[in-house]
Design a protein around this ligand. Structure first.
Ligand SMILES: C[S@@+](CC[C@H](N)C(=O)[O-])C[C@H]1O[C@@H](n2cnc3c(N)ncnc32)[C@H](O)[C@@H]1O
Length: 236
C-alpha cells in the first residue's frame, strides 16, 4: 500500500464518492465534447506496434479505451489511478469492451509509480495532473517511466484566452456546473472542479514545469476556445 498526504487522501475520497456517476456527469457537463478532446490527445502519441502506453490518473478508463481503439491490437495499455472506486468502474467498462485483453489497471499514485524506468513508449494523463498534489514529482515520474524519444501527452482544463469566452466559461463553471453536480452527484466535488481549474498554472508556467521535469520539444494545443489544452513533451 502507498502513503498519501492528508490532501491526497481528501482528493482520493472525493473521487471515490463521485465514481458511480462520474461518466454520466462528464458527458452531461461537457455536452459530450470530452470524448473529442480525449481522441485529440491520444492522436498526439506515436506508439509502435507491440508498444506500451501508460495512462496515469486513468479514472474509469476512458483514455485507456481511446488509446486501445486508436492503436494496433499488439499495443498494451496500463491504466493507473490511486482511487479504488474509479478503477472498479473502469474495470467493469473495460471488461465489456473489445479491448479487455490488453488494458491492465493498477492502483498507484502518480507521484510514486510502481514501474521500472524507460518502460513505456507513451504516457498520457487527462484531467488528472491538476489533482496531483506533488505535481513536480508526478511529472518527474512520467518522464522517468518513458523511453527516450517517448511522448507525454497531458490534457487539462484551461482558462480561455478570449475575454468573451472567459466570462461565459466562468459563469458556467462557477454556477451551472456545481448546481448540476449537486443534483446528480456530490456538490462539493463539482465545486472543487472550477476552483482547481482556476488555480492551475497558466500555459507558459505549466510548460516551464514540464521543462523542469526534463521534457523537451514542449508544445501546447488549445481545444474548444481554450477551455481545454493538450500539452505534449518528449523525453530526451
Ligand atoms: C477528473 S478524473 C480523470 C479521469 C480520466 N483520466 C478521464 O479522462 O476521465 C481525475 C482522476 O485522477 C485521479 N488522481 C488524482 N490524483 C492522483 C494521483 N496523485 N495519483 C493517481 N491518480 C490520481 C483521481 O483518482 C481521478 O480518477
Amino acid at each position: 500500500m502507498f502513503r498519501l498526504s492528508d490532501k491526497g487522501r481528501g482528493i482520493r475520497d472525493m473521487f471515490d464518492a463521485i465514481a458511480p456517476r462520474y461518466d454520466l456527469l462528464n458527458r452531461l457537463l461537457s455536452f459530450g465534447i470530452d470524448r473529442r478532446w480525449r481522441r485529440f490527445a491520444v492522436a498526439q502519441l506515436q506508439i509502435p506496434a507491440g508498444g506500451m502506453v501508460l495512462d496515469v490518473a486513468t479514472g474509469t478508463g476512458d483514455v485507456a479505451l481511446t488509446i486501445a481503439a486508436a492503436t494496433p491490437s499488439s499495443v498494451r495499455i496500463v491504466g493507473e489511478d490511486f482511487t479504488p472506486g474509479m478503477l472498479r468502474h473502469g474495470r467493469d467498462k473495460i471488461a465489456r469492451s473489445p479491448h479487455a485483453d490488453r488494458i491492465f489497471l493498477v492502483n498507484a499514485p502518480c507521484e510514486a509509480m510502481p514501474h521500472p524506468a524507460a518502460l513505456f513508449d507513451g504516457v498520457t494523463i487527462a484531467f488528472g495532473i491538476r489533482n496531483v498534489v506533488d505535481r513536480a514529482a508526478g511529472l518527474a515520474e512520467m518522464a522517468r517511466v518513458l523511453k527516450p524519444g517517448g511522448r507525454a501527452v497531458i490534457l487539462e482544463f484551461s482558462t480561455p484566452q478570449s475575454r468573451f469566452f472567459k466570462g461565459l466559461y466562468h459563469g458556467y463553471f462557477r454556477r451551472v456546473l456545481p448546481a448540476i453536480g449537486g443534483l446528480l452527484s456530490k456538490r462539493s466535488a463539482y465545486q472543487y472542479l472550477p476552483d482547481s481549474v482556476l488555480e492551475f498554472p497558466d500555459r507558459q508556467s505549466f510548460m516551464a514545469m514540464m521543462a523542469t521535469a526534463d521534457f523537451v520539444d514542449i508544445v501546447y494545443h488549445d481545444l474548444t476556445f481554450g477551455i481545454a489544452t493538450v500539452y505534449v513533451g518528449t523525453r530526451p
